[in-house]
Each structure stands twice: as structure tokens, then as C-alpha cells.
Design a protein around this ligand. Structure first.
Ligand SMILES: [Ca+2]
Ligand SMILES: [Ca+2]
Length: 339
């Protein structure tokens, strides 16, 4: 929840914003390069050393870029030609205006399913969680639809901060922030289930809350046999509130996550599994001004994290997913008239 609503008061307001709808959802693609053998985002010395190790006759080898069963000069020349950071492509054609706070996951048929908060009239009076899907690895997207609710005839704030999880049986659970107006002092994390990813039914109770403050921006993922819950701790510039669950319903809070050596990597964003490793796409706490930027960190156990990429700028609250072309990342960006 980056935004101020009448009910949930965000701690963030952003420079240049005239309202909470004043954002774009912008996409970029980290294009995989075959010469980045160790997949660290660049073709560099480690890849060169690996290629040299494979030098000579070599079948099914990662350094045999032209697949001729030899790692030799032609592969070396290709590696040298690609030397440096992998290409990052911006994708303005799939920008969504007046939107932010994305999540993205795969559906039962391998399609990409994205959710976000949408202010379709450029007006805060109409806002909801919307979704769209892509069946071509993010190249093109279907119509934006508002998700529907089957049983929400009780007083609560507008659901926000979607985090969508595909369950083992092909149905969905959506985690989100809301606030039961008659019952609770603070917003907390709730959940809803759905068979089609469009019509959702609230589940009873809360999935997570804090006793002394609101809990915003939850993100949940199933990894290594359990559900992992992340959310920025209100007022803290780095790390994450952290909880685990075996069923996705009852979460046990663990010690907060601290990213060693970093004071600005806030777990406002989304986790994703890339090459079997847990990644977190998070938000850099601003040091000067109101927008800090975004980061990517990796972990094998969800507790110990290594920051692998940072981008400082007027962006926040990202989500990413592995596609056939690389890593597709969405960020919440300050609205620009010509995306
Ligand atoms: Ca590399
Ligand atoms: Ca070769």
C-alpha cells in the first residue's frame, strides 16, 4: 500500500504526486544472455573462467554457445562480444496508467497473471484490485478486469496490496490489506480464495496483524515446502517482518529479516522463484527526496539475503517473474504523460 486512502494511512507520499492514482505500472525485461553462464546478470570473468574450464571437445556444455560440441575460439569470441551487463529492455507497450502495487505469478496453464491496484478514472473515488493475463510470456496482455467479491457485505476498507498465490489444486488464494471498520484499530493481512482467479470469497479471520500498528504490503510465496510471509516493518527503512506457515492460513511470526550490510532494502515488493532460487524484488528507502528505487536480492532459505541488483530512481514496489526471455519486472513509477 503505497497510497493514502480514507481508511489506511500510508507512511509514504511521493514527490510530484498530486494523488495516489498518479502512478504508472512500468515493465522492463532483463534479457537472458547465453554467455552469462552463471546467470549473475553480466558476461564477466567468472563466465570466461568457466568457458576456459570447458575448453575443447564438450557435449551439452553451457560454454558451447553455437552447439557444435566444441568449446573453442568461436564461443570465446561470442563471449567477448557480449562482455558486460545483460541488456535490460523497457516495455512501454505494456505499461498500465493510474496503477501501482503489482504482483505477478503463473496460472495453472502457465499463463502470467498480474494483479495491481487500479484507479481507472484517474480519480481516487474509484479504485480496486484489477488483474490481467498474458499467454505469450508477457509480450501482450488481455483486458484489465476488476476482481469480484462473493461475500463482502460487511464494513471494511477497500482491499489493497494484492499478493496472489496459485494453490496445488489449481485454485487461488489472494492475500491483501484491509481493515474491518467495526472491529479493528489497524489494517492487517486478510485472504480470499477463488477457483477462477476473478471471483474471490473472503476467508474468515486474519492471516497476519501487528498489535501496535498497521500491517501493510504483505507478500507471500510457497517455497521449499512452506509459505513465507514478508512485509516492511512500519517505520523501519530496511528488512522485513517475516512469518512462515505450512497451510497458508495460520502464520507463525519469526524474527524480522535483516539484510546484512544494508540499511535501505525494504521488503516492500514481491518474492519470486527464479532458477529454483528465492528472489525478492523490493524497494530502496529514499535517502534524499521521496522515491528511493528498487532492488533485487536472492536467498536459499528466505532468511539470509544477498542484494544482487539496485536501481535508484523514481520507482518503488516492484514485482518480477522468470519468463522464457529473462526476468520480467514491473515497478510502480511516478506517472509520466508519455510513458
Ligand atoms: Ca555471469
Ligand atoms: Ca562451440
Amino acid at each position: 500500500m503505497l497510497f493514502v486512502t480514507t481508511i489506511i494511512i500510508s507512511t509514504l507520499t511521493f514527490a510530484g504526486q498530486t494523488g495516489p492514482w498518479d502512478n504508472d505500472l512500468e515493465a522492463s525485461l532483463f534479457i537472458d544472455s547465453p554467455t552469462d553462464i552463471d546467470e549473475n546478470g553480466a558476461t564477466d570473468v567468472a563466465d570466461l573462467l568457466e568457458l576456459i574450464k570447458q575448453w575443447g571437445s564438450c557435449t551439452n556444455c553451457s560454454g558451447d554457445f553455437d552447439n557444435n560440441d566444441f568449446v573453442n575460439v568461436s564461443d570465446l569470441l561470442q563471449l567477448i562480444d557480449a562482455w558486460g551487463e545483460n541488456e535490460i529492455q523497457t516495455l512501454p507497450s505494456i505499461t498500465v496508467s493510474n496503477a501501482g502495487v503489482p504482483c505477478i505469478t503463473r496460472g495453472p496453464s502457465g499463463e502470467l497473471v498480474q494483479m495491481f491496484q487500479w484507479f481507472p478514472n484517474g480519480d481516487v473515488s474509484v479504485q480496486f484490485i484489477a488483474r490481467r493475463t498474458s499467454f505469450d510470456e508477457g509480450g501482450t496482455w488481455g483486458e484489465i478486469q476488476s476482481i469480484q467479491w462473493a461475500n463482502d457485505n460487511f464494513p471494511h476498507s477497500t482491499p489493497a496490496d494484492p499478493s496472489l498465490v496459485l494453490l496445488e489444486d489449481g485454485t487461488w488464494r489472494l492475500y491483501f490489506t484491509s481493515h474491518l471498520i467495526d472491529e479493528d484499530k489497524f489494517p492487517a493481512t486478510f485472504s480470499a480464495t477463488s477457483t477462477d482467479g476473478l471471483l474471490f470469497e473472503w476467508e474468515s479471520g486474519k492471516r497476519m496483524d501487528l498489535v501496535t500498528s498497521g500491517l501493510l504490503d504483505p507478500s507471500i510465496i510457497f517455497f521449499n515446502g512452506e509459505y513465507h510471509f514478508f512485509a516492511p516493518r512500519p517505520g523501519i527503512s530496511h528488512g522485513s517482518i517475516y512469518a512462515t506457515s505450512t497451510d497458508g492460513i495460520t502464520f507463525t511470526q519469526q524474527s524480522d529479516i535483516v539484510v546484512k550490510g544494508h540499511t535501505d532494502t525494504k521488503f516492500l515488493g514481491n518474492p519470486s522463484i527464479i532458477d529454483d532460487q528465492l528472489h525478492f524484488f523490493g524497494t530502496l528507502e529514499p535517502t534524499d527526496g521521496d522515491w528511493g528505487g528498487v532492488f533485487i536480492a536472492t536467498s536459499d532459505n528466505a532468511v539470509d539475503w544477498t542484494v544482487t541488483w539496485t536501481n535508484y530512481g523514481e520507482i518503488a514496489d516492484p514485482a518480477g517473474i522468470q519468463t522464457s526471455d529473462g526476468i520480467l519486472m514491473f515497478v510502480t513509477a511516478l506517472y509520466s504523460a508519455e510513458p
